[in-house]
Write a new protein. Structure first.
Length: 121
């Protein structure tokens, strides 16, 4: 089976202006937990994680003469990576079906991308 990344994208402006309470967020957390349980029960779950907000990011660029370490994400963007799942699915259609459920659960956009296959030795 192929592994796929289901990347959760959030809107930077919405995060900055987010005034939702924990009580309002709890249904999203519960829906996401149910989705995780379903992935595990059906054998598609590999790994998942939520990420801290973008103000907690640090970028490292060691492509030049000396490493450069800077606070925050490397690119300016309206979206940020808020979390992800790594799943196993037989094909892209199955991965897209999981992504539709993931997007509904977390109420965010979900990008689907297959991992590169390992080159044969």
């Amino acid at each position: 089976m192929t592994q796929y990344l289901l990347a959760v994208h959030g809107d930077v402006d919405e995060v900055a202006a987010d005034t939702r309470t924990m009580e309002e967020l709890q249904p999203l957390f519960e829906a996401t937990a149910r989705f995780n349980d379903k992935l595990q029960a059906e054998g598609a779950y590999v790994f998942a994680g939520g990420l801290q907000t973008i103000d907690q990011a640090t970028t490292v660029d060691n492509t030049g003469a000396a490493p450069i370490v800077t606070d925050g994400p490397f690119v300016e963007s309206k979206e940020y990576l808020g979390g992800f799942w790594v799943i196993e699915a037989p094909d892209l259609d199955a991965a897209l079906a999981w992504a539709k459920e993931a997007s509904r659960a977390c109420q965010e956009t979900v990008e689907v991308r297959p991992f590169q296959e390992e080159p044969e030795a």
